[in-house]
Every structure is written in C-alpha cells, then in structure tokens.
Design a protein around this ligand. Structure first.
Ligand SMILES: Cc1cc2nc3c(=O)[nH]c(=O)nc-3n(C[C@H](O)[C@H](O)[C@H](O)COP(=O)(O)OP(=O)(O)OC[C@H]3O[C@@H](n4cnc5c(N)ncnc54)[C@H](O)[C@@H]3O)c2cc1C
Length: 421
C-alpha cells in the first residue's frame, strides 16, 4: 500500500505541500476545519457588494520564486496579471503631489540616477545609506538605517510596511533585509507586481485543489483537528472533531495550521505570540479610466488602493489602531481619501470593511526568534506555515516555501534533516 501524507490545514502552506507531494508516490489527504480552502488567502461572495472579493488585497512580485513555481505546477501562472514594468504610482495624501517610481529591469539601480524615476526630493547618494539593510542580520530596522528622509518616507517605508505589516522602524532588520534582497536587490525584473484580478481563490486555491484531486489526492473540509495521540516519538492518531484517523507507521503528518492552534496541538512548541491586523475597505465603484492597478498613498490612513473591475479596494497594514473604530467611520475616512486620489466626485458607494485581526505574526526580531523550524521532536510530524522559520515575513512566498520544504522533508528520508532517522 502507498504511504499516506496527512496534511492538516488547507491554507497556502498546506496546499503547497500537497501539490509538491501529489504524483510523487504518496497518497495525499488534506484536512481543514473551515468549509473553504485558502485560509488567510481566499475569495468569497460578499452579499453587501454583490460581488466576489478577497479577504484581503494580496500582492505578489515577479521575484517570488516559490509562489511562481507553485503557480506553474498547478497550471495557473497566467491567472495573475503581471504589470509590464516595476512602476509604482504614489500620491501624497497631505499635499496631493503625485509621482511614479520606475525601477529599471536590471540589478544595477540606474533608476536612482534619473530624477524622473526616483523619489522626488531625493538625490542618488541618498540611496547609499540603504546598503546596511541588505546585509543586516539582527536588531531592528531603526538600528540599522536612518528612518527619516525622502527615500525612507516615500519608498522604503511603504515597501517594508506592505511586506512586514508592522511599523518598519520597529521591525526585524533580518526580515526587512530578506525583503529588500528579494525585491529591489533583484532589480525591476524581480519587482513587477502580480495581481490576482479574478480573485485569490481562482488563481491560487481552486487550481491547487483540482491539481491535488486529479492526482488522486483527497480534500476533507470541515474537519477540525482537536488533538494528536503520540507514541514512540511519533504521531499515532489524529483526533478530529468528528472522528479518529489512525496513522500507520510509514505515514507522515504535515501540520499547516496557524501558530496558536499548532501550539495547542504539539507539546512544547514555541511559536510567535504577537500578531498585527490588516484592514481592507472595498468600494463598489468603477475605477476611473487610466487608473493604475495599484496606487500607494502616503500621509493617509489608506496605504494602497487596488483598482479591480467595478471596485476600488483599500489596504491598511499594521491596522490594530482601526480595530475598535466603527466600520462606518473606517469606510467614511478611507472613502474621502480614495475619492480624492481617484478624482471621483461621487457620494460614498456601497462598501465593505474586512478586518483580519491576526493577519500576520508581528515581524519583530523578538517574534522572529520564536519561529520553529519544520522538523519536530516527533519523527513523522513536520510543520508548515508562514509563521515557521522561513527567513521571510508572513507572506504568500513564505507560506508556499514552508509547504514545499515540509514536502521535501517528508519525501527525502535520507537527507540530513530527514524525518525517518
Ligand atoms: C488581509 C491580508 C492581506 C495579506 N496580504 C498579503 C500580500 O499582499 N502579499 C503576501 O504575500 N501575503 C499577504 N498576506 C499573508 C498571506 O495571506 C499569508 O502569509 C498566507 O496566506 C498564510 O498561509 P498559511 O497556509 O501559512 O496559513 P493559513 O492561511 O492561516 O492556513 C491555515 C489553515 O489551517 C486551518 N486550520 C486552523 N485550525 C485548524 C484545525 N484545528 N484543524 C484543521 N485545520 C485548521 C485554517 O482554517 C486555515 O485554512 C496577507 C494576509 C492577510 C490576512
């Protein structure tokens, strides 16, 4: 009989593990407590807006290699709209000033020598002080670079805030370093925005589920794992809310649930304990013609505006300060900014506020140290998830990389970090 890998959690980490192992000789079974796969990266039909929206605007970049290999494997690489160039439009909400950063394709940043492409108010030498961030391995961003001045305020801060979901000055310099090396370090070639125009589920989740099922895998939704049984340093049983699954000696388990859930299931596991919210506000309105797919907004509550067919969607990162505000207040506040940026002279259209309280773990140096690596004390149990020690902040790229790594650990028993020793 084929060995079975039981994957608990059908977010992108679990799906990436399942996709990697599908067709490799393993029987793959994926479980999730929710009725729908995708976890923190999913679409749903919103009855207030009368359209399908995502739980949050998600941005991938052309340098996200793990995500792109996942998309290629599930045959979905064309479902993301790739912007032709690494151009980033910005508006200063306080002054109304508009500009576009235009990164050149190659690794040598010639764009910083061109006043029409670089941050307004900056000179080329202003970018030199960013260099320590490329090699930072410890401490906070604020200890490594100056967190003021036009290049920081108008370029580095918005980039890091979007990627780390925390005030960049207080963020882990190691994680920020991974972000800048993977983005601007790769030149414009690595920074072209990729946007799921038809929704996250259509691009990333549904094709993955189809891929798993066409490779004889099984998807079992609505199954909450309540506990493991352990014996002989291995998982012997999965106790679901609706029954028990025995784990054969040669089978493996990948646990790809959020950190707080994993900590309850695995004795002695250390996990991140602090989280940051993301708030998205959606307005049912046609974007004006010529509006770019995304616009960064500075000196405002709104940080990014994404233009979708029939909808403008706002992202606010590190948004715990908005969690206790009435939803109407958030909608009114951001609509004022959106209508000014999009130059729309209209009353507030139908809207929806989506608050993800625990969108990501807090990307501080202290929390980063709490992230466990994939192997566990149990020989047949591996962890996956954006909160495990991927070296990246909590992103799609990190989640997918963790799932692929878990699959590798399961399928290569002879590697030095293998399970079956
Ligand atoms: C609003 C928002 C915006 C974001 N924007 C971006 C972005 O622009 N770019 C980017 O790269 N990343 C972004 N992210 C981060 C990205 O969504 C996550 O990093 C990624 O989706 C995490 O995937 P995961 O599989 O690690 O975890 P999850 O998606 O949390 O998956 C865990 C799964 O485990 C299931 N589960 C929980 N408990 C149990 C149990 N007991 N038994 C069985 N199943 C269980 C859950 O239902 C869930 O499906 C954003 C996140 C949010 C919330």
């Amino acid at each position: 009989m084929r060995q079975t890998v039981h994957i608990v959690g059908a977010g992108l980490a679990g799906l990436a593990a399942a996709v990697s192992l599908s067709g490799s000789g393993w029987r793959v079974v994926v479980y999730d407590s929710a009725p729908q796969a995708g976890g923190r990266c999913r679409s749903y039909f919103d009855t207030t807006l009368g359209m399908t929206i995502d739980n949050g605007n998600h941005l991938l970049l052309s340098g996200n290699h793990a995500a792109l290999s996942f998309l290629r494997r599930i045959g979905s690489e064309h479902s993301l709209q790739a912007e032709p160039c690494a151009d980033f439009a910005f508006v200063d909400g306080a002054t109304g000033q508009r500009w576009t950063l235009r990164l050149n394709r190659g690794r040598i940043p010639s764009w910083i020598f061109d006043p029409r492409r670089r941050v307004p108010g900056s000179v080329a030498s202003d970018y030199l002080w960013l260099l320590p961030l490329f090699v930072a391995r410890a401490g906070r961003v604020g200890d490594v670079i100056r967190t003021s001045g036009p290049v920081y305020d108008r370029f580095v801060r918005p980039l890091l805030l979007a990627a780390l979901n925390i005030d960049p000055a207080t963020a882990s310099a190691r994680l920020a370093s991974a972000v800048v090396r993977g983005t601007i370090g790769g030149g414009g070639h690595a920074c072209r925005p990729l946007i799921a125009r038809a929704g996250l589920s259509a691009a990333l989740v549904d094709p993955a589920l189809r891929f798993i099922e066409t490779h004889d895998g099984e998807i079992s939704m609505g199954r909450r794992l309540r506990a493991f049984d352990f014996g002989d340093a291995r998982v012997t049983r999965l106790n679901f809310s609706d029954g028990i699954t025995e784990i054969a000696r040669e089978d493996a388990v990948i646990l790809a649930v959020p950190p707080t859930v994993a900590a309850e299931l695995v004795p002695g596991l250390t996990v991140p304990t602090q989280f940051c919210a993301i708030v998205n506000v959606h307005f049912r309105v046609d974007p004006p013609s010529g509006m770019t797919a995304m616009v960064g907004v500075l000196n405002a509550t709104t940080e990014w505006i994404f233009a979708f067919p029939g909808r403008l969607a706002v992202t606010v990162s590190d948004a715990d300060r908005l969690l206790d505000l009435p939803r109407e207040t958030i909608a009114e506040m951001t609509w004022k900014e959106v209508s000014a940026v999009a130059r729309l002279d209209a009353v507030m259209p139908r809207w929806q506020v989506v608050r993800e309280r625990r969108a990501t773990f807090a990307a501080t140096a202290e929390q980063d140290m709490l992230r466990p690596s994939a192997p566990t004390a149990y020989t047949n149990l591996v962890l996956a998830g954006d909160w495990t020690a991927t070296g990246l902040p909590a992103t799609i790229e990190g989640a997918i990389r963790s799932g692929q790594r878990a699959a590798e650990l399961v399928s290569h028993p002879s590697s030095p970090t293998a399970l079956w020793q």
